[in-house]
Design a protein. Structure first.
Lengths: 289, 417
């Protein structure tokens, strides 16, 4: 079968057009705007690296960058490990397991806003959790009004939301772990813990790297959890603001500083790209070992 | 955020009638012929006010043969984003519903028609304070027809007052009494307030907010005001969420009876009745707490972008929608008030019928005659956030009141440029 050389492009055209219009063009535009003082109402002069100099001197940027990194550190390890443990439990074929699998997956499909509101009500100073704490004789815990606790509460919500999604990925990967490896290990006298570390974990390593990369990117880009739990304020004094929240706060509205917000977005992009490259490199190096 | 609540309120009040007739004439439209098609964009008026707005449009079209008004209603969520996208693309609708703080950046960017130039005789048809709200301070020019207004009383929870041993019939009338009573409530572990002061609260306290093209609320009176709040915060008279939440959040806490006092509007009373009957049974209504004698006012308007290809028709329609007759009819459907100089004398706004609703309405209408839109039009969302964050630092003791206000003012002035 022969075809004209441009025929494949005709099939690709609709997808490419959408990608160009809604991904490539805004991305290139963001890079250009990062070097201007553009506002929401257009205009903007070329200002060189002024936005980046301002960023380096902006305490809000450093607070947001620190919080995003903390988020990364707080969210990635549990999201790599916990879904694996849940997947191993959910993998078992026992009556009613479907209910557990559904229960773990429900937060994934729930709207971020709904999830945020539910947790806000739970963790509010007069919320369910604090009422229980008080009823048990404790003092109310400022989950949403202390900047550190707010960050930790948001991390817990992110972990809770992500468990089901990564569990499904692990379930698929676990199904591909050769049974004969486990059987051989059992014959050799390996117990369940030894088999987990020596058979399951090495077999799942590529999946774990993938999940680490995905959860790192999602964790670094966190917005809705912290936005909703803090009522859009970024915590008392904005001390729990993350990078994406800062971008939204700087660039929103008719008075938004689009140039500076673009510069922040560019920095976020470079950091995320760096994170992905490091993950890929680590994975490749381990493959070679 | 006050804007959103105000509109949410408006959107929630049921429509009671429809069908209108207009009275304004073709000559009122400035230069050019009143004909052709225009687009009118409103903020969250569908479906509650569909009949009303269609009635106004029909009446206008009947009065001006050859005109067609296409009505587009945008939901409150994303309204700002829509205006921003249209403004950036230079394709704003011909007549657009905007509050003063949204009209200001558009006017500053030269995108709106100056009504003082295009319709020199229009000013006298509106309340002076409402017209001024759409002016660019210091530079003159009015960039929006004032539309509906609102102001409100202070609501307080009599049951919580009683619980703290306070006289439920003697709510605070000034900020000094507010502090005294708040501290007494705090002794019984009851919070008086649900939020730190907004910029309008500084205005009500008598602080000079803006002078000579600069924000000035870090003046000594402003510092004194923040120190008052700090004392109340330390005593537990503000709920912990006060450091992060806005007007809407604070209103919800009052509804949940977690705070004893909250500003509100005539609309809120209806909301208490249906959504919080146990609060409604104990609700106290009093005058706004102000040191200046003037209450705070919220308002909306309609502006005409310069990019409109049919400016004469757009201006005529903007004036028609906001004329006294149409505004009074609108005000009777929703818990709002007309911004025209003549509308306020309608008996609906001056006569009580024994109900709480009428009492609040008449009191608010009286209040509006001297009310001031304290929030400077230059005060953007970013500035509101900066103030909230600095006040949180002051309440937590991370900064002195003076330092927090200095930092807030510096940030606001930087954003002003």
């Amino acid at each position: 079968m022969t075809h004209r050389p441009y025929t494949p492009w005709l099939f690709l055209l609709p997808g490419l057009a959408v990608c160009l219009m809604f991904v490539i063009f805004p991305f290139l535009n963001m890079i250009v705007l990062a070097f201007t003082d553009a506002s929401a109402l257009g205009g903007g002069r070329f200002t060189g690296v002024d936005n980046f100099v301002r960023m380096a001197q902006d305490p809000k940027f450093w607070v947001a960058a620190r919080n995003s990194l903390l988020y990364l550190a707080g969210v990635v390890p549990p999201l790599v490990l916990l879904p694996l443990l849940i997947a191993m439990l959910a993998q078992k074929v026992v009556p009613g397991i479907g209910i557990f699998r559904t229960a773990f997956f429900t937060p994934v499909i729930a709207s971020a806003v709904v999830v945020g509101l539910i947790w806000t009500w739970l963790l509010d100073s007069r919320g369910l959790v604090n009422n229980v704490v008080e009823a048990l004789g404790g003092t109310r815990i400022p989950f949403l009004t202390d900047s550190t606790l707010l960050l930790i509460s948001s991390m817990l919500v992110t972990i809770w939301r992500g468990l089901g999604y990564y569990m499904v990925i692990y379930l698929a990967a676990l199904a591909n772990v050769p049974k004969d490896l486990h059987e051989a290990a059992m014959v050799d006298g390996a117990g369940p813990i030894r088999r987990f570390w020596s058979v399951t974990v090495p077999s799942l390593r590529p999946t774990m790297v993938l999940i680490a990369a995905l959860s790192a990117v999602n964790g670094f880009r966190v917005f809705s959890e912290i936005y909703l739990l803090s009522g859009g304020s970024g915590g008392p004094g904005g001390a729990s603001t993350t990078l994406v929240m800062l971008i939204q706060s700087v660039g929103r509205g008719l008075t938004g500083e689009v140039g500076y917000a673009s510069a922040l977005s560019l920095v976020l992009f470079v950091i995320l790209l760096g994170l992905l490259l490091i993950t890929l490199k680590l994975n490749r190096r381990e493959d070679q070992l | 955020m006050k804007r959103r609540t105000f509109l949410a309120g408006l959107a929630a009040v049921p429509v009671a009638g429809c069908g209108l007739s207009g009275t304004s004439s073709t000559s009122s439209a400035g230069n050019g012929q009143v004909t052709g098609e225009i687009t009118f964009q409103t903020w969250s008026l569908k479906p509650k006010y569909t009949d009303y707005v269609n009635g106004v449009i029909d009446a206008f079209q009947k009065q001006h043969a050859g005109t067609t008004v296409k009505w587009v209603d945008q939901p409150a969520d994303g309204y700002l984003a829509k205006v921003m996208a249209d403004a950036s693309a230079g394709s704003l609708p011909d007549v657009i519903n905007v509050p003063p703080d949204l009209s200001f950046p558009l006017a500053k960017a030269g995108q709106l028609v100056n009504l003082d130039e295009s319709l020199k005789d229009a000013r006298s048809e509106y309340l002076g304070n409402a017209w001024q709200a759409f002016e660019i301070p210091g530079k003159g020019g009015c960039y929006g027809f004032p539309w509906y207004l609102n102001t409100g009383p202070i609501f307080y929870n009599k049951a919580l007052f009683r619980q703290a041993g306070l006289d439920p019939d003697k709510p605070p009338t000034n900020f000094k009494e507010l502090e005294e009573q708040a501290l007494k409530l705090a002794e019984k572990k009851i919070a008086m307030l649900g939020q730190t002061p907004s910029i309008a609260d500084f205005g009500l306290y008598g602080v000079k907010l803006f002078e000579n093209d600069k924000f000035t609320f870090n003046e000594p009176k402003g510092v004194e005001f923040v120190q008052t709040y700090k004392r109340m915060y330390d005593a537990g008279a503000l709920i912990p969420e006060a450091l992060t939440q806005n007007y809407t959040g604070a209103g919800a806490k009052f509804m949940a009876q977690q705070t004893a006092l909250s500003p509100g509007s005539a609309y809120d009373l209806g909301k208490f009745k249906t959504d919080a009957p146990s609060l409604y049974a104990n609700i106290g209504i009093t005058k706004p707490i102000t040191n200046t004698g003037s209450a705070n006012m919220f308002l909306h308007g309609v502006s005409v972008p310069k990019s409109s290809k049919n400016q004469a028709t757009a201006l005529a329609f903007g004036r028609f929608v906001t004329n006294a007759e149409n505004q009074v009819k609108f005000a009777k459907l929703a818990s709002i008030f007309p911004s025209t100089s003549k509308g306020g004398d309608d008996p609906y706004f001056t006569t009580e019928d024994g109900t709480d609703e009428a009492r609040v309405r008449v009191a608010a209408a009286k209040q509006l005659k001297t009310a001031v839109n304290y929030t400077p039009v230059q005060f953007s969302d970013q500035m509101r956030e900066a103030l909230l964050q600095q006040l949180a630092d002051a309440m937590l003791g991370k900064k002195s009141a003076k330092q927090a206000l200095d930092d807030a003012v510096n940030e606001c002035n930087r954003l002003l440029k």
